[in-house]
Design a protein around this ligand. Structure first.
Ligand code: TYD
Length: 205
């Protein structure tokens, strides 16, 4: 059995990662792999309920972090670990890097607190590959536009997103073998081609 791989998608809101999730899943399925597409916070019934709270209910930064990690714990236990154990690959829209970026960079929560939660909740489950969609915050804000009512993160100002982006850059620098940095300002097709090249280069499939 080819081992399942855990692939995460990261970047600030508006960077365009979501439109590539299904394309990556389709690329893997064409090669005969079972693929589970999921997201964080979310992916299980409980975690989706926690997501609603995190996105729409006022709370302080530590409460927010505890809820995203509680959602992650349930998601790992009920969906991600069982999928990987049966050889499926998991394609996940956001994971722990988003907690370091948003709760750490954006909200200013101590990285050591987040590191403790990461160790405790993840039990060593790191992504095999993280696709980081990098886009200047001002361009991402313009792309988000007024398409829908903003949630508690999307309504934040450019300074917040600059801190989120800087925290993503720090995570990428700390784990260069895991990350693939994608210039999300390019054409969609060019970004897709770069992703396929990155997947193929791993030699996993
Ligand atoms: P996202 O899945 O991009 O939502 P959508 O594309 O439907 O708007 O992200 C949900 C939000 O949750 C996003 O603004 C980032 C935030 N988030 C955190 O703050 N911490 C986390 O640990 C995760 C996983 C997400």
């Amino acid at each position: 059995m080819t081992p399942g791989r855990f692939i995460t998608f990261e970047g600030i809101d508006g960077a365009g990662k979501s439109s590539h999730l299904e394309a990556v899943a389709a690329w893997l399925r064409r090669r005969g792999h079972e693929v589970v597409v999921t997201r964080e916070p979310g992916g299980t019934e409980l975690a989706e309920r926690l997501r609603e709270l995190v996105l729409h209910q006022a709370m302080d930064a530590l409460t927010e972090a505890l809820l995203v990690f509680a959602a992650r714990r349930d998601h790992l236990q009920r969906l991600i670990e069982p999928a990987l154990a049966r050889g499926a690959s998991v394609v996940c829209d956001r994971y722990t890097d988003a907690s370091f970026a948003y709760q750490g960079g954006g909200r200013g929560l101590d990285a050591a607190v987040l590191g403790g939660l990461e160790t405790w909740v993840q039990q060593g489950r790191e992504p095999d590959l993280t696709l980081w969609f990098e886009l200047p915050p001002a361009i991402a804000a313009a792309r988000r536009g007024a398409a829908r009512a903003p949630d508690r993160f999307e309504s934040q100002d450019l300074d917040f997103y600059a801190r989120v982006a800087a925290a993503y850059a720090a995570r990428c620098a700390a784990a260069p073998a895991r990350f693939v940095r994608l210039d999300a300002s390019g054409e969609r097709a060019a970004v897709a081609a770069r992703i396929e090249a990155a997947l193929a280069a791993r030699g996993w499939w």
